[in-house]
Design a protein around this ligand. Sequence first.
Ligand SMILES: [Zn+2]
Length: 434
Amino acid sequence: MRTLVMTALLCACAGIAEPAPGGPPANLTARPNPDAAPAVYRNGLWYVADENGVRFEAGDRYQAGGVFVATAPDGADIVDLSGAYIVPGFGEAHNHNLDGPWTAGRGQAYLRDGVFYMKNTNSVNSVDAWAAEAWETPGTVDIAWAHAGISVDEGHPEALYRRIANVYRLDPEELEGDVFWDAPDIATLEEKWPAILATEPDWIKLYLLHTEDEGERPLAGLSRAVFARAVELAHEAGLKATVHVNTARDFAAAMAAGADEAAHMPPQSVQGEEDRQRYSLTPEMARAAARSGFVTVPTTALIEAYETRNDPERERILEATRDVQRENLRLLKEAGAPIAFGSDRYDGTGLTEALAVRRRGVFTDEEILRIAVETPSRSIFPDRAIGALSPGYEASFVALECDPRDDFAACVAAPLRRIKQGIEVGATGAAQAD
Ligand SMILES: [Zn+2]
């Protein structure tokens, strides 16, 4: 009897595929694509990253059902990659520029850049309710949605959306519950929480602005007490919290409450010495971020849209802002704190931000490449088997003409091809360099 039971158990076990060596950990899932024709990819130099850094490995890779597999599938097409440098698809960890069907063209610009994944960190619930599923295909950008974020009445982002309400044909007086949730106190937050969850967010977006002024003047975001409760509720629901922060104190308050990510890095504008102090991170903050795995999405590209109009005063503000950004990036790098790229630019993609951070001169090209590759799994789809090019991971990659460790900007400027979940995507031609 015992033998029979043992045999039955062994048979059951044998039916379960063992994870391939080098395959994804059990908590990651690959999205299959039944429409992908099986393929053998020849003559590629494949991105591999480990504790020693990034290297490119020659060899073949195999794909079936949109996922890398260990052996050549029957009837596979041979795809010659002509000695290209193959890297996993990039991501955009902070933007709002993809939602309704009118943004499909911008989605093509993402694919052209090799940016396959996007986190929409605040959007319009009434638009998302019907538009979101159009993005759920292997041939389009995959979007993680925060939907409407949690803040306060007359704060951020309400004032911003009021200015662009006509774009979405919204009544500027009816924005609560559609583009933001008003949570002035814990009781109100808890009352609205079921409605927030009913929108099925992938992430929760929370707003902190100038928390150092709490008690002195009305805030344009959450109080620290409501914020802390919101983080707790998000985690109870199995959701991560990404936080709009303005100042270094906001950054510290977000970490102290156990939030997962800063959707910005201070500063966005440094006008004088007082600002410099308000927006400078401390080495201790950077070390705390490294310890807890708190991700920073610097959005340094935002200030590049600031027009100086050859005005020396505006030039000075821009340069002072870049300076503090540079110093904050340096502290985060030295501490080993995790970073993800997001541009928050309507005309941008994750690549726009990778290039903006690169121009700050803090990271080597190899480090920029690695952050760009790790952004999707770190900040957008932490549960997906993406970001590596081995069996069990989604067969999604960008073929580059040269080694991006030597010159990241030049090599990502015009990808040779883009394959997402086993199919060719994106028009050919130059990516958008800014
Ligand atoms: Zn934003």
